[in-house]
Every structure is written in structure tokens, then in C-alpha cells.
Design a protein around this ligand. Structure first.
Ligand code: NAD
Length: 477
């Protein structure tokens, strides 16, 4: 029996056809999932709109909302192994990645359960006689949450946890490549006792996403995905004046200064670049290395990369799983061919894995040396395990090069000189800068991009702001 969608507290096959979802480690179909039609999307949004006004949800005390979220966190933990295996089977990522994602999902729920009882407005002192003035933070209404395929569960949680904590209702659309873990999570939402219609899940591709974005009863769209689709959504939200948060692509610089301890930082630089097979918006992809250390760094990075063990995500010995789809594999391989044509030096990798792994979407971790700033492999997001080393000569040139990109999600600086690293951090245009570490994400730390990497922030108090509206209330005394 094909999977079903969650609409108004019930499981439904919808009115449309189904589409297959694949195991990226074998290329085989694992399941069939409904392709939500416009009418299905409408039904889900209408259910969420009714739930938003319902006494059961709108009248629920913040502490009770928090308890629901805490109950869901416990259920996620109780089912952690199943969720993690499902995520790995559908997405391809190794169990250590999906296991971390599931643990992070539970912690995210707990963090925002904490906020549910702490959302405050302010009192202020307008220069008007005999008035009382205060602000009140209110939920927005129905939030459409559109999720990509690289980290299905955590990225959904970054959206629904603050949205629900603030009292909104949601329609979640997982990516068409990776719907299964979110559908299983839907069962846990029901088990936790969320009222019908508060959380709805529709499956489908771009057409389903568009129907959600255009729906007049959607108050806010939170989207994570490609910059191209982000631009389309921002334009549509602009026309209808919907609230919108966008988490888009990245092309992160990793700066290695002359005094860096190369042996000590190789593992962090490699993992930051190829974690989840490089399918990570925060992935380190442009390594700016002081020219005096560039050969040493490139050789050690390539040596460590070639020693990684590729394999199915379900095999605990695997370091690197497959890419999510044949399409993504072709895209990555296309960039590698392009890098060679552009004159970059292929130091290691550069091909699809063969032998036992030939049927899955496995790609060797790849390092290019001697990459120039204007090469497309140094400018465009590859979203695969492809790392480019760009030697630099002087620090002023370095900052200009690191900032010479349309993206601005993350940046990394590796140096023994912490003052200098912090000075550099101030000059890099990126939403998060990491000094001497690969990317760390935590619900307490705001996350999001500058420039074409997005608009708005997830996590922290900033996410509560992003899912609420401020109302000014005046009383004549
Ligand atoms: P994508 O933009 O094609 O799809 C993302 C989601 O949007 C999917 O659910 C898809 O079905 C839906 N969608 C596609 N077209 C749509 C449309 N016109 N209207 C509404 N919804 C639509 O991206 P992808 O291929 O799934 O993900 C890869 C991209 O996501 C990369 O560029 C990556 O950098 C970015 N990403 C960013 C972050 C971040 O936090 N900044 C995180 C993960 C991925």
C-alpha cells in the first residue's frame, strides 16, 4: 500500500497519482508516495486555517503547547533508531549522520517547547498623556514549510518547532526525493496528541510547493532549498505580501592562514566539506590557503579524502554515503568535468564509484588544487564531495576573494592567531563564521544567510520573531 499524507488529522492517499522514492545506495524503488494535487493542498491549508482558529489550539495554554512538544520529543527519542534508519534508507546518508539528525530533532523540540511559555511583548512610554501602551506577539496563522532533501528531519524541525511554539499551524512539504521520515514523524505528531489540522503533511514536487506558496490562506512561507526557487518564492510572496523566510545555497570559504597547524585541522576541513557527501549548504568548498602552505594542505586533504570509506549508509563502517539521486550525481560529475576543462588540477577522486557500489549514486571524494577565483567550480554551488584549493598571497586580497561570491551563508577561519581570526571574521559577509571548527548548529544559535543565501534567520529567539507578528495595544486611561 502506498504511503499516505496527513491532512486534518487523517491519513489520505489524496486525489492524484503517486510517485516513487528510491534508495540511493541501490537505485531501487523503496515506496510510492502521493503527489498532492491543488485540491489536496487546498484541503490541507483549509484544515490548518480552521485549526488555527479552533478553541482547541488557539485556546490552548502555552504550557500545554509546550507539553505536547515535549511529548513529541520523547516519542522521537523512543523511535530514534527507526527514524534514523528510514532517513538513511531514503536519503542515503550514513547512520551516524541520520542518528545525529534525529537526536537534534528531539533537542530542537525541547528548546522551542521552552520558548512557548516565554514569548513576551514590551511596555513602552509614548509621549502621549493618559495612555497605557504595550506590545503583544501573536502567531501568524498557517505556515507553509517547504523542505529540501539533504537533511529532511532537522530542516523540517527548524521550521515547525518555532512555528508551533508560537501557536501557528503548519503544512509541511518534504522534498519529493525524501518524504518517508517526515511521514513517519506525522504518525508521532498524532500519537503525541496534536489536535487535528495543526500539523498537516503533503507530499509532491515543485507543483505541490507552488500550490502551497500561492494559497491565499497561507500567511507565511518558510523555504529551504535552491537560490533559484528561493527567488521565485520571494517574488510570489512579494506579490501577495506573505511573510517569508528563505534558507538558500552557499559556497563557503574556508581560510587557512600561514600559521595554521595543518595536521590538526585537516580532519575538520575534510569533514566540513564532505559531511553528508557534501550535500550541505554550509559545506566548506573554497579553501583559501596561504600560498606557503597550499601544497602541504592540498596533499594532506587529498590523502585524508582518498582514505574515506564509501558505502551504503546502513553499514556502520561507512564514512561517506551515496548522493541522493542519479540527477545529483550527474550534476556533481558535470562540475568535475568542468573543473578539469577549466584547468584545475584533479588531485584525487573525480569519478563515480564502481564495483559493488556501481548501482548506487556513489561519488568519490574529490580534491582540486590550483583553482582560480573565476573558475565556475569556485563560484557555483556543487552540492557534492568536491573541494577546491585556492592559494592566496596577501590577506587583503584574501578578504576580497572570500567575499567575491553571491552567497553568504557560512565561512570558516583556521588560525593559531585568534585575534587575527576574529578580525577576519568581522570582514567576511556570512550569516555564521566559524573559527577553528567545522559547522556546528544548535537551536540557541541563529542560523541563516546574507546576500543570495537567504532572508531571515532560523533558530534562537530570531525564529520566534519570524513566526510572530507584533501588535501595539493602546488604552486611553
Ligand atoms: P529545490 O529548491 O529544488 O527544492 C527544495 C524544496 O522546494 C523541495 O521540497 C521542492 O519540492 C520544493 N520546490 C521546488 N520548486 C518549487 C517551487 N517553484 N515552489 C515551491 N516549492 C518548490 O532544492 P533541492 O534540490 O531540494 O535542495 C538543494 C538546494 O537547497 C541547494 O542549493 C542547497 O544549498 C539548498 N539548501 C540550503 C539550506 C540552508 O539552510 N541554507 C539547507 C539545505 C539545502
Amino acid at each position: 500500500m502506498p504511503q499516505r499524507m496527513l491532512i486534518d488529522g487523517k491519513w489520505t492517499a489524496g486525489r492524484g497519482t503517486t510517485f516513487p522514492t528510491y534508495d540511493p545506495a541501490t537505485g531501487k524503488v523503496i515506496d510510492e508516495v502521493p503527489e498532492a494535487t491543488d485540491a489536496d493542498v487546498d484541503e490541507a491549508v483549509e484544515a490548518a486555517a480552521r485549526a488555527f482558529e479552533s478553541a482547541e489550539w488557539a485556546g490552548m495554554l502555552p504550557a500545554a503547547r509546550a507539553r505536547l512538544m515535549l511529548r513529541l520529543a520523547d516519542l522521537v527519542e523512543r523511535n530514534a533508531e527507526e527514524l534514523s534508519r528510514l532517513e538513511t534508507t531514503d536519503q542515503g546518508q550514513p547512520l551516524y549522520v541520520s542518528g545525529g539528525s534525529v537526536a537534534g530533532l528531539a533537542e530542537h523540540l525541547r528548546y522551542y517547547a521552552g520558548w512557548a511559555t516565554k514569548i513576551t511583548g514590551v511596555t513602552a512610554s509614548p509621549s502621549v498623556p493618559d495612555v497605557d501602551f504595550r506590545t503583544h506577539r501573536e502567531p501568524l496563522g498557517v505556515c507553509a514549510l517547504i523542505v529540501p532533501w539533504n537533511f529532511p528531519l532537522p530542516i523540517a524541525a527548524w521550521k515547525f518547532a518555532p512555528a508551533l511554539a508560537a501557536g501557528n499551524t503548519v503544512v509541511i512539504k518534504p522534498a519529493e526525493q525524501t518524504p518517508l521520515s517526515t511521514l513517519r514523524l506525522g504518525e508521532l505528531f498524532v500519537e503525541a496528541g496534536f489536535p487535528a489540522g495543526v500539523v498537516n503533511i503533503v507530499t509532491g514536487g515543485p507543483a505541490t510547493g507552488r500550490a502551497l506558496v500561492r494559497h491565499p490562506k497561507v500567511a507565511k512561507v518558510s523555504f529551504t532549498g535552491s537560490t533559484e526557487v528561493g527567488r521565485e518564492i520571494a517574488a510570489e510572496a512579494g506579490r501577495s505580501l506573505k511573510r517569508v523566510s528563505l534558507e538558500l545555497g552557499g559556497k563557503a570559504p574556508s581560510i587557512i592562514t600561514a600559521d595554521a597547524d595543518v595536521d590538526a585541522i585537516i580532519a575538520g576541513n575534510l569533514m566540513g566539506g564532505v559531511f553528508n557527501s557534501g550535500q550541505m549548504c554550509a559545506a566548506l568548498s573554497r579553501y583559501y590557503v596561504d600560498r606557503r602552505r597550499a601544497d602541504e594542505f592540498t596533499e594532506k586533504l587529498a590523502g585524508a579524502a582518498s582514505g574515506m570509506r564509501l558505502g551504503p549508509g546502513l553499514d556502520p563502517a561507512t564514512n561517506l554515503g551515496p548522493l541522493v539521486s542519479e540527477e545529483q550525481l550527474e550534476r556533481v560529475d558535470g562540475y568535475v568535468r568542468l573543473g578539469k576543462e577549466e584547468g584545475a588540477e584533479l588531485v584525487t577522486g573525480g569519478a563515480r564509484a564502481d564495483g559493488d557500489l556501481a548501482n548506487g549514486y556513489f561519488y568519490q571524494p574529490t580534491v582540486f588544487g590550483g583553482v582560480a577565483q573565476d573558475m565556475r567550480i569556485a563560484r557555483e554551488e556543487i552540492f557534492g564531495p568536491v573541494l577546491s584549493v585556492l592559494p592566496y598571497d596577501d590577506p587583503d586580497e584574501l578578504v576580497a576573494k572570500a567575499n567575491d561570491t553571491e552567497y553568504g551563508l557560512t565561512a570558516y577561519i583556521w588560525s593559531r592567531d585568534i585575534s587575527e581570526a576574529n578580525r577576519l571574521a568581522r570582514r567576511i559577509r556570512a550569516g555564521s563564521v566559524y573559527i577553528n571548527t567545522f559547522p556546528i548548529l544548535d537551536p540557541a544559535a541563529p542560523w541563516g544567510g546574507m546576500k543570495a543565501s537567504g532572508m531571515g534567520r532560523e533558530m534562537g529567539w530570531e525564529a520566534i520573531e519570524a513566526y510572530t507578528e507584533v501588535k501595539s495595544i493602546w488604552t486611553k486611561l
